[in-house]
Design a protein around this ligand. Structure first.
Ligand code: 5AD
Ligand code: SF4
Length: 475
């Protein structure tokens, strides 16, 4: 199975083919992933399910019997790109009539039978909670039927499935801890495509992290749409479900994972400002191996806009959380997501977003123009009335400001000696390695005797707004 990633939501690893060692026998499968880290993680579950059914893998879509695309619906342009890709595969299918083309993930869930019956772009549609059914669905298509499963589940977490690791480096891996989202931010399609929020059994999470460490991994990122609402054996109102068993919240889960091994770094994403407790911050401060880095999406710096976005916090509440981070975890890296040009956003409200950025000084930000999504609260209630040129201009101002902040923070790192986990060889030269600091700053350095997977001390000598460079300090 060739795996192609396109992490639209938070990084841009585009068109990357991932090699795997399972290349012999069975039907050949090619899998391509778009969107967020959660989709990437789900593709590892899909790979595991199909390899267990005897599928083999290819990196070449041209030699595949089955092509699956794991898709993203977060913004309109993400969906458009995927449609174009499906059209390409359909042209190839004209020469290979037996080829099965399937769509997975958020777009499958959102459009249901549409891509199959009306647009006629796929033979198979599988939503995020139906991956166990994939072998059966592929069989149905082979038998001449169209196959669809878009049922959302209240309890599927794929907890018992050991994901096949698709990341190339063998050092950093994703571990899902919750699925779905109950927040209903008014701009967001995720609650409709990924269903109700549910948490995964903490013991399976700890077990998976332990297995990763034993396989040579040195960093795990715990994934959920809102990690702070992780809860085990508790209802959403905080009532205990089974009195005879312990309960676990996110702060406690962090402590459990931190105990796996002191040399296993822990990151997590995404934190929600309305739910992030001081207990979580104290857990981070207490454990050296929980990274001092928090991704805390603000979306807007104006309380009225935040209310319309249904985010559940005000600007003041958000700043209180930032102050708590700075008090409890000095030198903590903070990044954010920002949406510009949301329905009715005035110039003053846009200025509030710029001013909260100046107050917080984020290490990094993922910045987007508002894209109206069908069925969301905002689509039903508000008009998408900010002209494209205004959205574009505001986005450019936000990006420019962020670059000045990222550069200033990076410059502050020059002269420091920082511990870096080497993740990969640098894109330009195998003599150089790329790694990250605890605070999630990317560092490029001459490898000397170091290998991927090593922790090294690096003296920072230079930077851009996007990365640091430096030299290994010998001890
Ligand atoms: N338009 C633009 N950006 C969006 N996001 C979510 N929905 C939309 C939308 N409709 C952004 C938010 C979220 C990130 C993952 O994607 O900033 O935090
Ligand atoms: Fe979407 Fe809000 Fe849930 Fe994030 S927390 S997935 S932005 S609804």
């Amino acid at each position: 199975m060739g795996i192609v990633l396109d992490k639209d939501m938070d990084e841009s690893r585009q068109g990357e083919a991932i090699s795997m060692d399972n290349k012999e026998g069975g039907k050949k499968l090619y899998l391509e992933s778009y969107g967020c880290a959660m989709n990437f993680s789900d593709s590892e579950v899909v790979a595991s399910i199909l390899i267990n059914q005897g599928f083999s893998t290819t990196q070449e879509s041209a030699e595949a019997d089955v092509i699956l695309i794991n898709t993203c619906s977060i913004r309109e342009n993400a969906e458009q790109r995927i449609r174009n890709r499906l059209k390409q595969f359909n042209r190839a299918k004209k020469q290979r009539p037996g080829l099965v083309i399937g769509i997975l993930g958020c777009m499958a869930e959102r459009l249901k039978t549409n891509l199959l019956e009306e647009e006629k772009l796929v033979d198979l549609v599988a939503g995020p909670d139906s991956y166990r059914d994939l072998p059966g669905l592929i069989e149905e298509v082979d038998g001449g039927q169209k196959a669809v499963n878009v049922l959302l589940s209240r309890d599927e977490t794929y907890a018992d499935i050991s994901p096949v690791r698709l990341d190339k480096n063998g050092v950093t891996g994703f571990v899902s801890i919750t699925r779905g989202c109950d927040n209903m931010c008014s701009f967001c399609v995720v609650p409709f495509t990924r269903g109700r929020e549910r948490s995964r059994d903490p013991h399976t999470i700890v077990q998976e992290c332990g297995a990763l460490f034993n396989a040579g991994y040195r960093e795990v990122t715990l994934l959920g749409q809102n990690v702070d609402s992780y809860r085990w054996n508790m209802t959403s109102k905080g009532e205990i479900k089974d009195e005879t068993k312990p309960t676990t919240n996110f702060a406690q889960l962090l402590e459990m994972v931190a105990a796996v091994h002191p040399k296993l770094r822990i990151r997590f994403s995404t934190s929600h400002p309305k739910d992030m407790t001081d207990d979580v911050l104290h857990a981070i401060a207490k454990h050296d191996n929980i990274c001092n880095y928090i991704h805390l999406p603000v979306q807007s710096g104006n309380s009225d806009v935040l209310k319309k976005m249904n985010r559940g916090y005000t600007r003041e509440w958000y700043m209180n959380r930032i102050e708590a981070i700075n008090r409890i975890i000095p030198e903590c890296g903070i990044s954010t997501d920002i949406i510009t040009g949301f329905c009715g956003e005035t110039e003053e409200q846009h200025q509030d977003t710029l001013s909260i950025m100046r107050e917080v000084k984020y290490d990094a930000a993922y910045m987007y123009k508002y894209s109206e999504r069908p069925k969301t609260l905002a689509e039903r209630k508000y008009e998408d009335d900010i002209p494209e040129e205004v959205k574009q201009k505001r986005l450019e101002q936000i990006i420019e400001l962020q670059h000045t902040h990222s550069l200033a923070i990076n410059k502050e790192q020059i002269g420091k000696v920082l511990e870096v986990l080497a993740e990969t060889e640098s894109k330009r030269s195998s003599d150089r390695l790329m790694g990250r600091t605890d605070r999630n700053h990317k560092v490029i350095f001459d490898r000397k005797n170091a290998n991927v997977g090593d922790y090294v001390m690096v003296r920072i000598t230079d930077c851009t707004h996007a990365s640091l460079s430096g030299e290994i300090v010998e001890d």
